[in-house]
Design a protein around this ligand. Structure first.
Ligand code: 5AD
Ligand code: SF4
Length: 445
C-alpha cells in the first residue's frame, strides 16, 4: 500500500507544528520517502493538525473528505498527525480516508506504523504521550522557502493548565531539550546560510534543562539564549512564547547585552480583567502584567511587545471587556493575535464554566478589539517613520518583484527597493511611510 514513496505533508496550527512536520520528513526520508509538491502526486499524504480552536479542527475534517476523493481515484495512504490525532483518535480512526493516526510524541514510530499497515492491511494508531521525547537528536529537513529564517524547538508540552487551553492535554507535560543539541542545530543552520533562528516553546521562560548525569548542572532560558547568541554575531535569535508569570529579568538582561538577540517579546495577556485572568488560571494580575511591561521598557527601551487576546471567555461582562480595551490603550502593543473564545472539550473551562457569552456578543467584542489594535498598530508604525532600522532580508515582495522584504528586530515587516541586495543580507532601511501591518522604506548605505 505504501510502495509509492512520494510524501506530502500539509501543516495546520502553530510554528511548533511546522517544525514537527520537518522532523517527520527527516524520519521518513531515512526510510526512502521523498517530498513532492502536492497531494495529487503523493503516495503518502500526512496532515499535521491543530486543536486550539474549533475552526482549526473543522478545516481538517474538510481536508479528510478531499483526501477521500483522492483515495477513490488511486492508491494513496493518509495519516493524521499532531494535536487532533491526540484529541480525536477514535473519530479519526473511523474516517474512511484515514489509515494512520499518530500523536505528537510518536513520530519515531511512523516507519513501524507504515510497515504494519502494509503487512497487516489494517489501520494503525499510536497516540502515547511521553515525558521524555524531545526529538533532540533528529535534525529537521528544512522546508522554509526563504533559507534565511527558521525555527528550533527547545521544549515540548506545557504544564500551565490555563483553563481554556487544550495544549496540555494534546501535547503532554513540559520537557526541555538538551541545550547542546539546540546550539548544534543553530550552528548547522548558520553554516547552511540561515541568519535567524526562532526558539520555540509553549512557555519558553520555564525552559530548564538538568544534566541527567549531574543534577546540579542546569541551564535556564536566559542562559540558553546567550549560548545560541554566541553561535555567531550575525545570527539573529528570536523566541516565543513568553509567559507573564515566568518572564525573568535575566532574559531581558541577555537581550540587552547581545545585539543579535532580537528586541521583541511576545507576551500574551489574554484579558485586561483580573476576574477573567483568575478564571483563566493565568496566575498574574493586570498590575503584575504591567510591572513586567515596565521592566521590559526600562531594560530594553526599543523592544517591541506583542500579545494574544481572547474575547468572550466564560462569564465575561461588558466591564471585563472594557478593561481589556483599556489595558490595550495603556500598553499600546505593537501587534496582537486576537481570538474569540472557543470551548474545547475536556478543558477545565469546558467542564466547570458555562460558555455563556452569546456568539454575536463575542464577535462584536472581538471586532472592537481588532479595530482598536489596528489603530494602535498604525500609530506605532507611524512612530517608526523617519527612523532607520537594521533589516534582515527574507525574500522578494509578493506585490512588487523589484522590492525586497525583511523584518526589523522588533519583528515588523519592512518593504524596500532591492538595489541589487539579496535574501540573507542585513541592510539599514530608513522608513518613509507605513500601513498598520507594514513599513515601507529605502536602504541607506
Ligand atoms: N479559544 C480561543 N483562543 C484560544 N487560545 C488558546 N486556547 C483558546 C481557546 N480555547 C489562544 C490564546 C493563546 C493562543 C495561542 O491561542 O490566546 O495564547
Ligand atoms: Fe500548536 Fe496548540 Fe494548535 Fe497544537 S493545539 S498545533 S500546540 S496551536
Amino acid at each position: 500500500m505504501t510502495k509509492d514513496k512520494r510524501i506530502f505533508i500539509e501543516t495546520y496550527g502553530c510554528q511548533m507544528n511546522v517544525y514537527d512536520s520537518e522532523i517527520v520528513l527527516s524520519i521518513l526520508e531515512k526510510e526512502g520517502y521523498t517530498p513532492c509538491s502536492g497531494i495529487e502526486e503523493a503516495g503518502l499524504i500526512l496532515v499535521n493538525t491543530c486543536s486550539i480552536r474549533e475552526n482549526a479542527e473543522q478545516r481538517v475534517w474538510g481536508r479528510l473528505d478531499r483526501f477521500l476523493q483522492e483515495k477513490k481515484k488511486r492508491e494513496v495512504t493518509v495519516g493524521v498527525l499532531g494535536c487532533m490525532a491526540e484529541r480525536l483518535k477514535q473519530e479519526l480512526m473511523s474516517h474512511p480516508a484515514v489509515d494512520i493516526v499518530a500523536g505528537p510524541d510518536t513520530y519515531r514510530q511512523l516507519p513501524v506504523l507504515l510497515q504494519r499497515l502494509e503487512t497487516e492491511g489494517q489501520k494503525q494508531i499510536d497516540t502515547a504521550l511521553s515525558l521524555k521525547e524531545t526529538y533532540a537528536d533528529i535534525e529537521p529537513v528544512r522546508t522554509d522557502p526563504n533559507g534565511v529564517t527558521s525555527f528550533i524547538s527547545i521544549m515540548r508540552g506545557c504544564n500551565n493548565m490555563c483553563t481554556y487551553c487544550i495544549v496540555p492535554y494534546v501535547r503532554g507535560g513540559e520537557r526541555s531539550r538538551d541545550p547542546q543539541s539546540i546550539v548544534r542545530e543553530a550552528r548547522h543552520m548558520y553554516e547552511a546560510g540561515y541568519r535567524e533562528v526562532n526558539l520555540l516553546g509553549q512557555n519558553v521562560d520555564s525552559y530548564l534543562w538538568k544534566n541527567p548525569g549531574n543534577p546540579t548542572e542546569s541551564v535556564n532560558f536566559a542562559q540558553l539564549i546567550e549560548l545560541v547568541a554566541l553561535v555567531a554575531p550575525d545570527l539573529r535569535v528570536r523566541f516565543s512564547t513568553s509567559h507573564p508569570k515566568d518572564m525573568s529579568n535575566g532574559v531581558l538582561y541577555s537581550m540587552a547585552m547581545y545585539p543579535n538577540i532580537c528586541t521583541h517579546i511576545h507576551l500574551p495577556v489574554q484579558s485586561g480583567s483580573d476576574r477573567m485572568l483568575e478564571k483563566m488560571n493565568r496566575k498574574y494580575t493586570v498590575a503584575g502584567y504591567l510591572e513586567r511591561i515596565e521592566k521590559i521598557r526600562e531594560t530594553v527601551p526599543e523592544a517591541a511587545i506583542t500579545t494574544d487576546i481572547i474575547a468572550g471567555f466564560c462569564s465575561e461582562t461588558e466591564e471585563d471587556h472594557q478593561a481589556t480595551l483599556s489595558l490595550m490603550r495603556q500598553v499600546r502593543f505593537d501587534s496582537a493575535f486576537m481570538f474569540q473564545y472557543s470551548q474545547r472539550p475536556g478543558t477545565k473551562a469546558a467542564r466547570h464554566f458555562a460558555d455563556d457569552v452569546p456568539p454575536e456578543v463575542k464577535t462584536r467584542r472581538l471586532n472592537e478589539i481588532i479595530e482598536l489594535q489596528s489603530a494602535i498598530s498604525l500609530e506605532r508604525n507611524r512612530e517608526c517613520v523617519g527612523q532607520t532600522y537594521e533589516v534582515l532580508i527574507e525574500g522578494t515582495s509578493k506585490r512588487d518583484k523589484g522590492a525586497l522584504f525583511g523584518r526589523t528586530q522588533g519583528n515588523k515587516v519592512c518593504v524596500f527597493p532591492a538595489l541589487g541586495h539579496r535574501p540573507g543580507e542585513y541592510v539599514n532601511v530608513t522608513v518613509e511611510s507605513c500601513t498598520s501591518a507594514t513599513l515601507l522604506g529605502n536602504i541607506v548605505e
